[in-house]
Design a protein around this ligand. Structure first.
Ligand code: ADP
Length: 732
């Protein structure tokens, strides 16, 4: 019988040893609970192994030593079992901590309990070698220890049954109580019975194994009810809405989740081994599974949907390919949305283009009659003897010019907003820009009785590369404002620079006025289109609120910035910084001629020998030029079309040809091409000047690049007209 008991115990030893290895070797990350449970199994296996030797011994001394060793396993089992179950209960309560600490008293008890005198070993039939406890305080304490541990386990399990928040916790409690009953029943046979003179039968060794098995089941049960990857992966796999396919390394389909079965219209039981190319329009060979994951766009054969396949490689423990997880993303809706957005963007673009075309057209159309209005008005002012009529004519002129300003600004802004304004850079001499600005603005300054100061840094590099035309436009805008909003005092234009690097400088313009200033709260607003500060007072001052917003957009197109410092009631400083390239840093002559023109009696050129041809399809436009030039005694001939122009030019030499752009049939550009192509022409060197209502900023540059010699915009001012003629013919 002793042998049978031993073999059974060795069997237990093997089982518990395997259990401990499996717990420690599980895929899950090791945590304290796993380790404790593995220690319970190890304790159990030591216990079974050592006690297994007792029953087959013949020497009481050897049996004694085996029991000493086995008891280490017993105590280890007790301590760890209580710790595991206490952790399942939660360890916040003080009494749980006491129950946890209690089994550690074995550390003190063990050396005294294991004194030889406390147990008597003898052979007993039919068991074989067994033992009896001699009456001693240590044996009594050991019994108390066993009862205490059992009570602790019952209390913890009872607590779980009563207070477990989740059902699985309460079920765990019940299962634990059951397994504790088994252990206690076994303990009676070798812990309590030897106290009463009965030889020990290894009941607790047998029951502890059952206990471990039961606790192991509880352990698996507890684990199954925790949020862990292995518990939820199946759930995730089957419940997620994204269709998922799992292929083996031969690219044969092995698993498809429910969403995939539905989406691909697979038969739930018959999808095994289907290749990816059977389900999607993909070339199996072309899908290189080189990296760990790959995205492939393909059309689904079952429902024609546009899909993105996210193919992820899964490796085995040896780093070789185990298979592939393919996650299917149905892009059909997204693609439809993108297409709709694209269509919306296209139609917005078209609308924007239509708006720009409409504005360009409108500006052109308004300019044409305005040309007549202003041209004829000029004739009225020249020919009238009456002061009253001259006064009316002055108002027509000023209103016409305002209207022109508005058209220019709206056109500029709409081009900027449509992103159609290009910055065209060229080499230029800063001196000429400053000259032009001053010449344009000086008359207005003088008329208003303001003083003008120019503060130009001495060492500033004069030969620069950038968009001179836009820079001029920006500074003139700001200076015009300074004049408009200043009633007395002065306007100062400062021009300074800072070095950025060897090739670039920051050009800094500052325009200071002693005008009305801008309130702090208005400063951000004034850069938005159609926003004007002090609307009430402003209505007397001409303006449309577009100038600064155009200015700001132009400055940022050139990677520059505008700052305003203003004290309300005292004046403002606008500072514009624009980076520019240096062409060469020779300082050059930076003396700027302050050509403050007086508004005196109009001076007109005289050129009775000159012959000028004016080509325009609109009769009034032709008449305006003819009338404006009457005072100059120039011989003006008129042509109403490109064809007529060519005809006249083939017969006669002209000193200048003014050519309209927008004409029906042959337009100005085409006519120019024909003129240039004329062989042995009388007009080989005749300058051809475009005379057009297309006056957007930059138009001049465009016409010059077409081959025109010069540009004049409609409405035509007589000063510009005479100035341009002066450039090409000798006048008196
Ligand atoms: P506007 O055609 O009205 O002058 P802007 O865009 O050029 O349009 O200017 C916007 C507003 O900024 C103006 O209406 C004016 O209130 C204010 N402003 C601009 N420059 C000055 C200045 N130098 N002094 C005082 N106010 C100014």
């Amino acid at each position: 019988m002793g042998r049978i008991l031993s073999y059974i115990m060795f069997g237990f030893f093997v089982c518990t040893a395997i259990m401990s290895v499996s717990v420690l070797h599980s895929k899950e990350k090791l945590n304290i609970n796993n380790i404790l449970f593995a220690l319970v199994c190890i304790g159990s296996s030591i216990w079974s192994f050592c006690f297994g030797f007792i029953w087959i011994q013949e020497s009481p001394t050897v049996a004694y030593y085996w029991r000493c060793a086995g008891m280490v396993g017993t105590f280890m089992y007790m301590i760890c079992a209580i710790l595991v179950i206490a952790r399942w209960c939660g360890r916040d309560m003080w009494w749980v901590k006491i129950i946890e600490l209690f089994p550690f008293s074995a550390v003190i008890l063990y050396p005294f309990l294991m004194q030889k005198k406390n147990t008597v070993y003898h052979m007993s039939s039919p068991i074989g070698m067994t033992y009896l406890f001699t009456p001693s305080i240590w044996n009594t304490l050991y019994d108390i220890y066993c009862v205490g541990c059992a009570a602790g386990l019952f209390i913890l399990s009872g607590f779980l049954v009563k207070n477990g928040e989740r059902k699985w916790e309460r079920v765990t409690g019940i299962r634990l109580i059951f397994c504790e009953c088994v252990i206690v029943a076994g303990m009676l046979l070798d812990t309590i019975m030897p106290m009463f003179g009965f030889s020990a039968f290894p009941g607790s060794t047998l029951s502890q194994f059952l206990g471990v098995l039961l606790v192991y089941r509880v352990y698996l049960f507890v684990n199954k009810n925790q949020v862990k990857l292995e518990n939820v992966s199946e759930f995730v796999y089957y419940s997620v809405k994204l269709p998922m396919l799992i292929y083996d390394y031969n690219k044969h389909l092995k698993i498809a989740n429910k969403s995939a079965v539905d989406f691909l219209k697979l038969s739930a039981y018959d999808y095994q081994d289907v290749m990816l190319s059977k389900l999607f329009e993909v070339d199996e060979e072309k899908i290189s599974y080189g990296g760990n994951s790959k995205k492939v766009d393909a059309r689904c054969r079952a429902n024609n949907a546009h899909c993105r396949l996210d193919i992820n490689r899964i490796g085995d423990d040896f780093g070789e390919i185990m298979g592939y997880i393919v996650i299917i993303d149905d892009l059909t809706d997204k693609i439809r949305t993108i297409e709709e957005l694209e269509a919306a963007r296209r139609s917005a673009d078209d609308a924007n283009k239509a708006k720009s075309a409409f504005l360009a057209q409108m500006s052109h159309e308004i300019r044409t009659p305005l040309n007549t209005v202003l041209g004829m008005n000029e004739m009225i002012s020249r020919e009238t003897e009456s002061d009253q009529i001259a006064n009316y004519s002055f108002y027509i002129k000023s209103a016409g010019e305002t209207l022109l300003g508005i058209i220019n600004d709206i056109l500029d802004l709409s081009k900027l907003e449509a992103g159609k304004t290009n910055i065209i850079t060229e080499d230029y001499n800063l001196k000429f820009i400053v000259n032009d600005i001053i010449n344009l603005i000086s008359l207005k300054i003088k008329e208003k009785g303001l003083r003008f100061k120019l503060k130009m840094s001495k060492d500033i590099p004069m030969f620069l590369h950038g968009d001179a035309l836009r820079i001029k436009q920006i500074i003139i805008n700001i200076m015009n404002n300074a004049v408009k909003y200043t009633q007395q005092g002065s306007i100062t234009l400062g021009i300074d620079w800072e070095k950025i690097d060897k090739e670039n400088i920051q050009l800094i313009f500052s325009i200071r006025d002693t005008g009305r200033g801008i309130k702090k709260e208005d400063i951000d607003r004034i850069f938005s289109p159609f926003e004007r500060a002090e609307e009430q007072k402003n209505h007397l001052i001409e303006g449309n609120g577009l100038g600064l917003s155009i200015t700001k957009k132009l400055v940022s197109l050139m990677n520059g910035k505008v700052n305003v410092n203003s004290v309300f009631g005292e004046g403002s400083v606008f500072e514009v910084q624009i980076p520019q390239k240096i062409v060469h840093d020779k300082n050059g002559d930076n003396t700027v001629s302050l050509n403050m023109k007086e508004k005196g009696k109009a001076y007109h050129i005289k050129a009775p020998e000159a012959h000028v041809l004016v080509v325009d399809d609109v009769e009034t436009n032709r008449i305006v030029v003819k009338e404006l030039l009457r005072i100059t005694h120039i011989n003006v001939e008129l042509a109403e079309s490109g064809e007529r122009c060519l005809e006249l030019m083939s017969k006669k030499r002209y000193d200048i040809v003014f050519l309209d752009h927008m004409m029906p049939e042959m337009d100005g550009i085409e006519t120019l091409r024909h003129i240039k192509a004329m062989k042995n022409s009388l007009n080989e060197d005749t300058p051809v000047i475009v005379m057009t209502a297309n006056a957007v900023t930059g138009a001049k540059r465009a016409y010059l690049s077409e081959g025109f010699d010069d540009y004049i915009s409609k409405p035509i001012g007589y000063i510009e007209l005479e100035n341009i003629i002066k450039k090409y013919i000798d006048v008196k």
